[in-house]
Design a protein around this ligand. Structure first.
Ligand SMILES: *Cc1c(COP(=O)(O)O)cnc(C)c1O
Length: 422
């Protein structure tokens, strides 16, 4: 099946009521046939529903659809994008291990990596993703994974996924791609060598700014068997009668352990209600991403020609240093989140945002409503001025998330708000 068909049908196996729409299963527990049935489920001898912290039919429908759209062997839904990241890192690393990450990523993620996870002994090194060789130079015997965003938040830079994947394979480390900003319609990282794909489904997947969610999709491509750097995959797990994940589960070792070990213990399971809203949103993903991308390109072109604007960072502009990579990896469009820098600096950026009538100032993106944000004051405010400048965020930067309104109305609002700042 093609993408547009899968986004509607994948994961909905139907049920005894023959409901056309996937039902929302708001239940915590499931009754077992007898104590022997319960024992078999708990020891993983048989698969089935046990308790919603571990699995739920609505979440399973979402997980199946996510895996189908990205070409993975399985997926897991989490409370949000951050939970998906934390659980992924916990499923790969022990204290003392390292991950090499792109530096130009979501500010909240940098904070999570550089401060919070550091407290627990997982160490991140940050490199410029525009230089794939930097990942190799930062690799040590402690490195377990590389992490990049397929389109960087907020600067919309596009890393060369195939070049980084080649280095990951050579160094034998797991390649993780956060694909939140592109969505699987515009880019499928597994096709370019990613081992794991992470989402904040809160954004474009849900698409209407209602519920939080996150997900991990596993390509099943990384071989953990016999690798002493991944002891949790190769030593018996006493909580499942001595199961050795890499031996017993092969390609499904990561995604199974993520659920039966990490999700079981951390408990960051997605609410089935949120999973259901996300399934509804995903039915129209391709249509929305097309319009998001065409509206964003029109806005980027308008801004680039405006005298109050210093610079626009949108990879589908011919002036972008990422234009070639965007043509290769994002042939259908580059999504709708990017930054523009106002010539007048912080004051001009604030005046412009405050003058907008249709576009709202919001700390979210990927909504069908157009919104703006000043990253230096909000989403990236945890970072130092040096970190911000290193990423290319200046005081006059405004982040746009262009929605699905009529493009003439969007541009008219930008035009009137910019009048005051010229
Ligand atoms: C928002 C975001 C996250 C965090 O996701 P939540 O759903 O807010 O927890 C991670 N990565 C990127 C690229 C994001 O935009």
């Amino acid at each position: 099946m093609k993408f547009e068909t899968k986004q509607i049908h994948a994961g909905h196996g139907g049920d005894h009521t023959r409901s056309v729409q996937t039902p929302v299963h708001l239940t915590t527990g499931y009754s077992f046939d007898d104590t022997e049935h319960a024992r078999r489920l708990f020891s993983l001898e048989e698969t089935g529903y046990i308790y919603t912290r571990l699995n739920n039919p609505t979440n399973a429908a979402l997980e199946e659809r996510l895996a189908a759209l990205d070409g993975g062997i399985g997926a897991l839904a989490a409370t949000g994008g951050h939970a998906a990241m934390v659980m992924t890192f916990m499923n790969l690393c022990s204290a003392g291990d390292e991950i090499v990450s792109a530096s130009g990523i979501y500010g909240g993620a940098i904070n999570l990596m550089d401060k919070t996870l550091k407290q627990f002994g997982i160490n991140f090194k940050f490199v410029d993703a525009g230089d794939p060789g930097a990942f190799e130079r930062a690799t040590t015997e402690k490195t377990r994974a590389y992490f990049v965003e397929s389109i960087g938040n907020p600067l919309a830079d596009v890393p060369d996924l195939e070049a980084i994947s080649k280095i990951a394979k050579k160094q034998n480390v797991v390649f993780i791609v956060d694909n939140t900003m592109a969505s699987p319609y515009l880019l499928r990282p597994i096709e370019h060598g990613a081992d794991l794909v992470i989402y904040s489904t809160t954004k474009y997947m849900v698409g209407n700014g209602t519920v939080m969610g996150g997900a991990i999709v596993d390509a099943g491509s990384f071989d953990y068997l016999g690798d002493p750097r991944f002891p949790a995959y190769n030593t018996p797990d006493p909580s499942y009668k001595g199961l050795v994940y890499a031996e017993a589960l092969g390609k499904a070792a990561f995604i199974t352990k993520l659920r039966t070990h990490i999700l079981r213990d951390i408990g960051a399971c997605q609410s089935p209600f949120n999973a259901w809203i996300t399934l509804l949103g995903m039915e129209t993903l391709s249509l929305r991403m097309e319009r998001h991308s065409s509206n964003a390109l029109a806005v980027a072109e308008f801004l680039e020609a405006h005298p109050a604007i210093e610079r626009v960072n949108y990879p589908k502009l011919k002036s972008s240093p990422y234009y070639g990579l965007a043509e290769k990896y994002l042939p259908l469009g580059a999504g709708s989140t990017f930054t523009a820098d106002l010539k007048g600096g912080r004051e001009a950026a604030a005046k412009f945002c405050d003058g907008l009538r249709l576009l709202k100032i919001v700390a979210n993106l990927g909504d069908l409503r157009s919104m703006v944000n000043c990253p230096a004051l909000t989403t990236h405010s945890q970072l130092s001025d040096g970190q911000l400048l290193g990423m290319g965020i200046v005081p006059g930067s405004v982040r746009f998330s262009i929605g699905l309104e009529n493009i003439e109305d969007i541009i008219e609002d930008l035009e009137q708000a910019l009048k005051g700042v010229v």
